[in-house]
Ligand binder design. Structure first.
Ligand SMILES: [Zn+2]
Ligand SMILES: [Zn+2]
Ligand SMILES: [Zn+2]
Length: 461
């Protein structure tokens, strides 16, 4: 927590006033119940219960601190609400884990025997950027050593870099020569990445059909490719995908009826990722052929004793990325125009990407791109899955919402100290966020403490 001495006197006064109120304990309890959300939704309302002997008893927020009840904001982004994004990542993990390990959320345990591969599909290079590397022993290595005689690019800049960059080096992801860097192709990749992914799934099915010796029509009668994927921005500002891909039979969660095992699936993924192409128009020049990068990682997920990558680890790895977005580039989460850039203090590389995206968006073939400039042109979902992978996030969240409502009802029942049934509830929106900066300060410090405890618990699990 920020030491009190650093807080403005006004805020200190707010904290002292809040803590001195007779209903402070009840306020803290509400805070705890909404998970120390950064900007909870405030509700006013009442609930009427019927007691066992037919009497009606009421609960109203009139008796609560500030006459309101706080509930979670539910935002997935860690930069907006650490608590709710944590919860989102937890839900995401449940979804991923159910599809990888089965035995939960309506997915049968037998799913463990289906071929399952964890794959990362990267973007190709658009020009050399500063990067971190490891040598053969796994130790840190130089960024881009000059092989043979050092050369300069046509703009007179070195195309080598012998620095060993630290993880927080601001040069990471920045091009060695901005004039050599293909900015329009970079933006085009982000913009078309969802379509490139869709083409990849089609190419993958064809590759699998070939491996199994089936026609495309026969293949769909024997096998279904289920997947879940999460998009992540690399430091250079380009999208890549982390994905879990599983083979099923034609029915819900049936075993696949083809003779392709996890090794065969991994091979088919590598083939499809290497061969898929998407030709797109560019306003000023020839068509561009988009493809995935050569850096491709496939790992077989195995729940048996020989499993190097367990379903738990794969699920945790992907869920981690679900709460990230382009916020790391300092562009915020709303639409922007290039005029806003001087106010945002972003690196030159990001600024250039924004300018180029804006220029491309002027052309009819890139209509709509200007709305996605703050996402560097990526308009897809950060997390998505095929229909049959496992349960839906909505189902998990609905389950939890129902649970929370039951808890709220239970809570009200306890307050009333009676055995009651809910008759009617009526809620009204009263605002978002805490009432004072003092309240926010108290909530955030409590949230940080709670998060530390949960991290310890999750790490231990
Ligand atoms: Zn929240
Ligand atoms: Zn470098
Ligand atoms: Zn150059």
């Amino acid at each position: 927590m920020t030491p009190l001495v650093e807080l403005p006197p006004q805020v200190v006064e707010e904290i002292v006033r809040r803590a001195g109120r007779p209903d402070f304990e009840r306020w803290s309890e509400q805070l705890h119940r909404c998970g120390y959300c950064s900007r909870p939704v405030r509700l006013r309302g009442r609930v009427v219960h019927q007691s066992a002997d037919g009497r009606r008893v009421g609960y109203s927020t009139d008796a609560e601190p500030d006459q309101m009840l706080m509930i979670r904001c539910g935002n997935r982004r860690a930069a907006v609400c650490p608590s709710c994004s944590w919860e989102y990542a937890g839900d995401m993990w449940q979804l991923l884990y159910a599809g990888a390990a089965g035995g939960r959320k309506g997915v049968p345990e037998s799913i463990r025997s289906h071929p399952l591969v964890f794959a990362t599909l990267t973007a190709p290079g658009f020009g050399p950027v500063h990067t971190t590397r490891t040598d053969r022993t796994g130790g840190p290595a130089r960024c881009r050593p000059a092989h043979g005689t050092p050369r300069l690019c046509s703009h007179g800049r070195p195309i080598w870099c012998t620095t060993i960059h630290g993880e927080d080096d601001p040069r990471l992801g920045q091009p060695l020569c901005p004039d050599c860097y293909d900015y329009p192709a970079h933006i085009a990749f982000n913009w078309h990445a969802p379509e490139l992914w869709r083409r990849f799934t089609i190419t993958l099915r064809r590759a699998l059909a070939r491996t199994a010796g089936l026609t495309a029509a026969e293949f769909v009668q024997h096998c279904r490719v289920s997947f879940v994927k999460v998009a992540e921005f690399q430091r250079r500002g380009v999208i890549h995908f982390h994905t879990l891909i599983r083979l099923d039979g034609p029915g819900d969660f049936d075993p696949p009826q083809i003779s392709v095992d996890a090794t065969g699936l991994a091979e088919a993924i590598r083939q499809a990722a290497a061969h898929v192409r998407l030709t797109v128009e560019m306003p000023d020049g020839p068509d561009l052929v988009l493809r995935f990068g050569k850096q491709l990682d496939t790992q077989i997920v195995n729940s048996g004793p020989a499993g190097k990558l367990t379903p738990e680890h794969a699920a945790r790895y992907i869920a981690k990325y679900a709460t990230k977005s382009a916020e790391g580039f300092g562009l915020g989460e709303r639409r922007i125009t290039p005029e806003a850039l001087p106010l945002l203090d972003v690196p030159d590389h990001v600024s250039q990407l924004v300018h180029v995206a804006w220029q491309l968006g002027e052309h009819p073939i890139y209509e709509g791109l200007r709305r996605w400039v703050h996402m560097l042109g990526f308009r897809g979902h950060f997390a998505s899955k095929s229909r049959h992978y496992s349960t839906t996030l909505g189902a998990i969240r609905g389950e939890r919402r129902a649970y929370r409502q039951r808890q709220a009802t239970e809570h009200v029942r306890e307050l009333l100290d009676e055995d009651t049934t809910l008759v009617v509830s009526h809620w009204q929106f009263a605002g978002v966020g805490y009432l004072t900066i003092g309240d926010t300060t108290l909530a955030l410090s409590a949230a940080a403490r709670a998060r530390e405890q949960r991290q310890v618990a999750r790490d231990a699990a």
